[in-house]
Design a protein around this ligand. Structure first.
Ligand SMILES: Nc1nc2c(c(=O)[nH]1)N[C@H]1C(S)=C(S)[C@@H](COP(=O)(O)OP(=O)(O)OC[C@H]3O[C@@H](n4cnc5c(=O)[nH]c(N)nc54)[C@H](O)[C@@H]3O)O[C@H]1N2
Ligand SMILES: Nc1nc2c(c(=O)[nH]1)N[C@H]1C(S)=C(S)[C@@H](COP(=O)(O)OP(=O)(O)OC[C@H]3O[C@@H](n4cnc5c(=O)[nH]c(N)nc54)[C@H](O)[C@@H]3O)O[C@H]1N2
Ligand SMILES: [Mo]
Length: 829
């Protein structure tokens, strides 16, 4: 009947080894609240994970109208029953006593409780005033990668055709705008070529700046299970920290942060020099090979070794593995996307796959990963700085086609320039041309770079800030109107994971108090604003999640992300399904580009691409002459040094990122007792040699200072590369005595107090991974270790020198090798 495992201490649980080319075995993970037995659960309601992009399918346990636990869905292609620690325990936040249950409005400088009519009237009257006095460009929407598809699509119609503003973007800008841009540069269009099934078949798996063990722990379970089976894959890890991935890798390259392009160019140099390329594939499916070969001709391992501070022999070893793999699967994430030359670097991984012909067959795939659970939908639906359905804003036919779907004039949809990116929206607010900002499902007062600047922008009197959230976050505290939202488990909708798998998430319980689904809030706004189509009918003609999904299907028809073959009933009960799903592929599509590059032709592509160094757009004329037949584009890039280099005042490089047990600004995981106890406060990672040189020890209180600001945390000494500091970005102020920001003379603890306002020229993604910083001792520790986990990349350099985190609440998950718990393989019952 399985066994119980403490999944804080053993986050990946027990192994179910399998051999290459076999199916990943099932393992059913179940966690229900203390005192409730799985048999006592009233209903299990189908959904998928909302705390990362893996799309792990799960059922919510409901008893007496409340969520009491979760279990994995063994029928699902993505996780085959498994859950990561955040998913096993994170659901408890839904029932947190400090959920917002009523709208708040600012009166006399204070937020006071109100009702929906009053709050929405305020939002509507300000919208109307601004439209009349300043026009649509004075209104902006900043959304997320955590709502549902139906909500983004509705918001995109409201913003782009209702208000008629170009200022709509998601926090996906901070997250995977580089993934989208890199796919557009190489394949003409967004859309993940690979599939998670590739992990079952690959002989080499390369992870570029992706700490998959902590950020998609269930897919790491899959890799671990293959490592324990016959014919295991060899791993290549490129990460400056000693992640779990690095510890299991055949080759671990730990480059100086910000030097990815130099390293990747050297890898390409070696693969080309050694002739390990697929000439037939290159000729049939790509353009630009000669330029690429020329660009990397001088990029020898020895040249890169100096720049990256990685031994040339290790670069050769990695190139040998990448060059000789018969089935190479690669993933790319924030160590590339948030680092210097983000798009230029991400594109080199696509290039590696293209020149080796490693696409579109089992085990040969590239995943330009997503991060947030529903980021793919933000992009597809055009809520992120693209037009819905991956339409090209520069192609008048695409705009006309979209206008037809919405029954508006093409001129109604702003396409005079690229949709505004988030960093620019905040700049417009700073300068005063943007006067209303509606923030949904994101917490920019903790997650954007240079927080003192963000706080001051959001607190301006002239900017009307609407925040739609579950909690009174650091951002909500600065709002003029706060709208209480319902979330996962309390509303119905669909979302799509990083390998294009669409899942249905059904409503399990009622939202608390007056909290409303985001969809209902957007629909209510559309109704109150009385947005009309060109015939005078309602612009937004749907009324609930399923009718919104049906409307989206029409918008997606014939596009790469074609949903026309999907329906709620088809998604209910079984596994998630990968788009495109249509008449030609009624059961979905496992891999893209199995027979050529489908969406790069000048007439159909989503983008003509950009200059990777400057971001200057490539014109349609240039694109047509470069790529008349619509092949994949091999785009070369020259290495350029990071913008902010260490100097005598700021001698360290500083990078930021995640830990296994928390999600972002902790609004959910900080309210789940097991997760909070596993990593209760911020810490600072430093190498053994740097700590020794400065006479610092484990647990010392230190201050990290950059030209933007400072933070304080306790020191953890790890095997991180020398010269580099790491700070997790999860810790803001909602649960500190200071409340909403650093308190007077005492610095704060949020990583983004120190990060820089700077972004990749092509994707406009901010650089959270490269800054220069100083480190000073505030107070020697008392012998107590820092609050960092010991099970992760943050593990102490000397094993056993720090006791494992203990004393947290029970964190038992039942792991059943066979799905012998009732109807676990079925759907909702
Ligand atoms: N536990 C957990 N899981 C999550 C999330 C979470 O908050 N918590 N968030 C989700 C989201 S939205 C996202 S975007 C993903 C992010 O998932 P990841 O990208 O895996 O996470 P990060 O920790 O941001 O960064 C990954 C690694 O980049 C490395 N790195 C830093 N600079 C460089 C560099 O210059 N070059 C290279 N090669 N590597 C570098 C860091 O050492 C770090 O280990 O995780 C998703 N999953
Ligand atoms: N220094 C540094 N900064 C970073 C990063 C980094 O690596 N380093 N990573 C960046 C990345 S990749 C990301 S994705 C961002 C994440 O940054 P944010 O999006 O700001 O972080 P979250 O804490 O996920 O914020 C989501 C908010 O939405 C609310 N919410 C959750 N569900 C719902 C819902 O259903 N409806 C509504 N209306 N609200 C909901 C939550 O309570 C929370 O306040 O941070 C970025 N910032
Ligand atoms: Mo993200």
């Amino acid at each position: 009947m399985g066994k119980e495992v403490d999944r804080i201490a053993e986050p990946w649980g027990s192994r179910t080894p399998y051999d290459r080319h076999q199916n990943w075995p099932v393992r059913l993970d179940v966690h229900v609240a203390e005192g409730v037995a799985p048999e006592e659960v009233d209903r299990w309601v189908q959904t998928a994970s909302i705390l990362h992009s893996d799309g792990d399918a799960m059922d919510i346990a409901v008893k007496d109208g409340a969520v009491v636990g979760v279990r994995g869905r063994v029928v699902d292609r993505v996780n085959r029953g498994r859950l990561g620690p955040k998913d096993a325990f994170g659901w408890q936040a839904n029932a947190s006593p400090d959920r917002l249950t009523r709208p708040l409005v600012r009166r006399g400088g204070r937020l006071v409780e109100s009702d929906w009519d009053t709050a929405m009237d305020l939002v509507v009257s300000r919208s109307r005033e601004l439209l009349a006095e300043r026009g649509p460009g004075s209104i902006g929407f900043y959304t997320t990668g955590q709502l549902f598809l139906e909500e983004y699509y509705t918001l995109a119609v409201v913003a782009r055709a209702g208000i008629g503003t170009n200022h709509l973007d998601g926090n996906t800008r901070l997250c995977t705008s580089t993934a989208a841009q890199a796919l557009k540069e190489s394949f003409g269009c967004d859309g993940q070529p690979g599939s998670y099934d590739d992990f079952d078949h690959a002989d080499v798996i390369a992870l570029f700046g992706h700490n998959i063990a902590e950020t998609q722990p269930v897919q790491w379970m899959r890799v671990l299970d293959r490592l324990d089976g016959a014919d295991p894959p060899r791993l290549v890890c490129v990460d400056p920290r000693p992640t779990r991935v690095a510890r299991r890798a055949a080759v671990h390259l730990a480059p100086r942060v910000g030097t990815n392009v130099a390293l990747f160019n050297a890898l390409l140099h070696e693969v080309i020099r050694s002739g390990r390329i697929d000439h037939a594939y290159i000729a049939a499916h790509t353009v630009g090979f000669d330029e690429l070969a020329e660009q990397v001709a001088g990029c020898t391992p020895r040249w890169a070794a100096d720049i990256c501070d990685v031994p040339a022999s290790q670069i050769q070893e990695a190139a040998e593995l990448l060059g000789t793999a018969d089935s190479l699967t690669s993933t790319v994430l924030q160590g590339v996307y948030q680092s210097h030359q983000a798009t230029a670097a991400a594109v080199q991984v696509n290039n590696l796959h293209l020149i080796r012909g490693m696409l579109g067959r089992p085990g040969a795939g590239v995943l330009q990963m997503n991060g947030q659970p529903t980021a793919q939908n933000t992009r597809e639906c055009g809520a992120n700085g693209d037009l819905p359905g991956f339409r090209n804003w520069e192609n008048d036919e695409h705009v006309a086609d979209l206008a037809k779907v919405w029954n508006v004039e093409p001129a109604t949809i702003p396409h005079y320039g690229p949709p505004t990116h988030a960093m620019q929206m905040f700049r417009y607010a700073e300068q005063g041309s943007l006067r209303m900002l509606w923030v949904s499902g994101t917490n920019p007062a903790v997650s954007l770079p240079e927080l003192s600047r963000i706080r001051s922008i959001l607190s301006q009197d002239r900017l009307f800030v609407v925040v739609q959230d579950l909690f009174l976050t650091e951002t909500a505290q600065l709002a003029d109107v706060v709208l209480p939202a319902a979330t996962w488990g309390e509303k119905t909708g669909t979302f799509t994971n990083a390998d294009r798998t669409v899942h249905l998430s059904d409503k399990a319980v009622e939202p608390p108090g007056g909290a409303k689904p985001d969809l209902d809030i957007f629909l209510d706004y559309a109704r109150r604003m009385d947005f009309r189509d060109k015939d005078g009918g309602p612009l937004v003609a749907w009324h609930d999640a399923e009718s919104a999904f049906e409307a989206w299907k029409r918008c997606s028809a014939g596009r790469p992300c074609d949903y026309t073959g999907l329906s709620y009933s088809k998604l209910r009960g079984g596994s998630g399904i990968q788009w495109p799903c249509n008449e030609r592929a009624p059961e979905g599509t496992n891999r893209l580009y199995g027979d050529g590059i489908a969406w790069a032709h000048p007439d159909v592509c989503e983008s003509y691409g950009k200059d990777l160094a400057t971001g200057a757009p490539v014109s349609v004329v240039e694109y047509r002459s470069l790529n008349p037949e619509g092949k994949a584009v091999l785009k070369a890039a020259e290495y350029l040094p990071p913008h902010e280099a260490p100097d005598s005042g700021h001698p360290f490089q500083l990078t930021t990122g995640r830990t296994l047990y928390h999600f972002h600004t902790r609004t959910k995981t900080g309210r789940a007792p097991q997760l909070n106890a596993a990593a209760p406060d911020v810490w600072v990672e430093i190498s053994t040699s740097d700590a020794a040189a400065q006479g610092l020890g484990e647990g010392d209180l230190v201050e990290v200072t950059s030209p933007r600001g400072s933070l304080r945390g306790r020191l953890r000494i790890t095997d991180i590369r020398p010269g580099l500091l790491f700070v997790p970005f999860h810790y803001g102020y909602w649960d500190t005595p200071a409340g909403s920001g650093p308190d007077g003379a005492v610095p704060g603890r949020a990583a983004n107090e120190t990060t820089i306002t700077d972004w990749d020229p092509a994707s406009k993604q901010p650089l959270f991974k490269t800054a220069a910083a100083a480190l000073t001792l505030v107070e020697k520790g008392s012998g107590r270790p820092s609050p960092a986990p010991t099970t992760t990349a943050s593990a102490p350099a000397t094993a056993g020198s720090v006791p494992a985190t203990e004393g947290g609440p029970a964190a038992r998950v039942l792991e059943a090798p066979d799905p012998d718990l009732g109807t676990s393989s079925g759907g909702t019952r």
